[in-house]
Design a protein around this ligand. Structure first.
Ligand code: HEC
Ligand code: HEC
Ligand code: HEC
Ligand code: HEC
Ligand code: HEC
Length: 445
């Protein structure tokens, strides 16, 4: 008797997944590469869309330099040393190389081998999605590749494929299936769609598409009717124009005219005017955005102004300091006694808008799969305004006359000391000026 139950269960387990297409981790190895058409097969008709996608990060999700470095130099060796991480590290491909994941080809061949894993988030992957299985997270979409391509429009006809409307293409949950991620320790290491859901844009019916796939007049294929076509540009942090002015910056003093031995307090207002989620979002463990305020007196002498402390819990992580972090990189790199690298790499005293990710020892990490807890969330929410103050006691050597004070909000995709340490190409850690503002005070005798 005892042995019969497991046998029956096994039979059920073998039968059940076949009845309904799998999603998320259950979909590993459930399909073949050949089930998907190559993006080139769409190019002849959807030429513009193809070219847009080629320039977008979507087509490079597996091949982009920093993805390759993090996956192959940190994640894969980490899972080799700690096999309990293997399923999660294989899962990187569920979002970055979904065809390889579905084909059970994990880890996939390296990018230079030019396998179909390189198609990254491809046309046919996206247009084979028929549902999202519950709350969107961890690539829990359902993919049913074949003759039918699904989309947001009704009643279209194509000589190459069957076209079907599916309402999943009209909601942010679709994007959230890859843009929300919860790791093995239950930590939400990516929550762009959740941030959107909790913000004003969800309420006002402005999904991700409106800002990331804007519509423009034209036709999507030569035989199509004129209409409004979704542009597959997916601009994000890798596009300077998209980042620039996402946050508005303004600055003013409490007094315009200050005695040479006086004190002035500047207030900086930072308004998230353009993003439908927090800034930074997505790869929050990598990103760093900071406010740098400098005064220049009548003699041209420059003074750096540190931000006033507010006194909230965890604030130390939001003010640049000379501190070490990212020690856990030593595990996959096989460096015994590794002390880590500089935590911030920006001038001490500057306010940093971030949410720190911590390893099990409570030290900051950029390895999201190794994150055991999150620190204070000091990012700028959609349509939120953050106020920062800079109290400045006139230095003894300040020149009389006008002093110009400038606030600059900078952004870096990958915190610089980590980028340098891992030899990630420069463009990933270039400093991007999001916005700046200036004000003038007068110092008198
Ligand atoms: C021979 C030309 C041709 C090829 C090749 C082709 N398509 Fe299409 N496709 C069309 C036409 C025509 C339409 C209808 C456009 C319209 O009327 O606006 C269309 C529409 C679509 C739509 C919109 C569906 C909807 O209901 O919103 C999707 C998605 C799509 N194609 C995906 C693909 C993908 C993915 C490939 C490659 C695997 C591909 N197509 C290859 C001609 C083609
Ligand atoms: C109101 C417009 C708007 C909406 C709605 C919106 N975004 Fe964004 N998104 C932006 C802007 C502006 C940026 C650039 C600033 C930044 O990086 O946060 C951006 C950046 C991003 C980035 C890059 C972030 C980074 O730092 O790497 C991702 C990924 C992204 N959006 C995904 C989404 C997803 C997914 C949704 C829907 C759940 C969405 N966005 C909704 C405007 C929007
Ligand atoms: C990340 C997923 C994703 C990828 C990758 C993607 N698409 Fe789309 N596509 C969408 C969504 C979502 C829509 C509907 C957007 C809307 O209507 O707001 C869409 C719309 C379309 C349409 C209809 C356009 C219109 O408005 O008439 C066509 C055609 C299409 N895609 C073809 C392609 C082709 C070809 C590729 C590859 C070169 C591709 N898509 C890559 C998600 C994707
Ligand atoms: C199959 C998974 C998947 C789906 C579905 C998906 N994305 Fe992405 N997306 C990714 C991955 C992976 C990246 C990161 C590419 C990289 O940098 O490696 C990305 C990158 C982006 C970026 C660029 C961020 C940057 O740093 O420049 C934007 C914007 C974005 N996605 C928006 C969307 C929107 C809007 C949708 C819904 C229409 C969507 N995504 C659906 C997986 C997905
Ligand atoms: C649930 C989907 C998902 C999973 C699983 C996932 N990623 Fe990502 N990853 C994304 C998305 C979406 C982005 C883009 C976010 C943004 O632009 O801020 C991204 C961004 C990145 C980036 C930054 C790319 C850049 O150029 O800035 C790296 C590196 C990366 N992922 C590596 C990994 C590794 C390694 C794993 C596995 C341990 C992994 N990802 C698992 C969805 C995922």
């Amino acid at each position: 008797m005892k042995t019969r139950i497991p046998v029956l269960l096994l039979v059920f387990m073998a039968v059940l997944p076949a009845a309904e297409p799998a999603s998320g981790k259950d979909a590993l190895g459930s399909l073949r590469y050949e089930d998907f058409e190559k993006p080139k097969a769409c190019k002849s008709c959807h030429t513009r869309i193809y070219q847009q996608w080629q320039q977008a990060m979507m087509s490079q999700a597996y091949t982009h330099h920093w993805d390759e470095i993090e996956y192959w130099d940190l994640a894969v060796p980490h899972a080799e040393k700690h096999p309990e991480l293997k399923a999660t590290v294989d899962g990187c491909n569920g979002c970055h190389a979904p065809l390889a994941y579905l084909a059970g080809d994990v880890p996939p061949p390296r990018p230079e081998e030019n396998s179909r894993a390189n198609e990254s988030v491809s046309c046919d992957l996206c247009h084979s999605i028929t549902a999202v299985d519950g709350q969107p997270v961890n690539f829990n979409w359902v993919s049913e590749p074949g003759r039918t391509k699904y989309g947001a429009k009704e009643g279209l006809e194509s000589p190459h494929h069957i076209t079907k409307f599916n309402d999943i293409y009209t909601v942010s949950e679709y994007c959230g299936s890859c843009h929300n991620e919860q790791n093995d320790f239950g930590i939400w290491v990516k929550s762009t769609q959740i941030e959107w859901e909790e913000g004003p844009y969800a309420e006002q019916g402005v999904p991700c598409f409106v800002c990331h796939m804007p519509k423009a007049p034209g036709r999507s294929a030569p035989m199509a009717e004129e209409g409004m076509v979704a542009q597959h540009v997916f601009l994000g942090a890798h596009n300077e124009a998209k980042l620039k002015s996402a946050i508005e910056v303004s600055i003013h003093p409490d007094e315009k005219v200050i005695p040479y031995d006086g004190t002035v307090t500047f207030q900086v207002e930072l308004f998230n005017a353009k993003a439908g989620h927090k800034v930074p979002t997505g790869s929050v463990e990598d990103r760093i955005m900071w406010l740098d305020v400098r005064a220049v007196d009548a003699n041209g002498k420059e003074y750096h102004l540190p931000v006033d402390k507010k006194g909230f819990e965890g604030e130390a992580y939001t003010i640049a300091a000379d501190a070490l972090a990212y020690r856990d990189m030593g595990i996959p790199l096989g460096r015994e006694g590794f002390e880590g690298v500089q935590r911030d790499g920006v001038p001490a005293g500057n306010r940093i808008f971030r949410m720190p990710y911590f390893d099990e020892d409570g030290i900051m990490t950029i390895m999201q799969w190794n994150t055991h807890s999150l620190g204070v969330d000091y990012r700028i929410g959609p349509r939120e305004t953050k106020l920062e103050h800079f109290t400045w006691e006139m230095p003894y050597d300040v020149a009389f006359g006008d002093v110009t004070v400038t606030a600059r909000l900078n952004y870096q995709k990958l915190v610089k000391p980590v980028a340098d340490f891992l030899e990630v190409p420069e463009d990933e850690s270039e400093v991007i000026l999001i916005n700046e503002a200036s004000t003038t005070i007068e110092v008198y005798d």
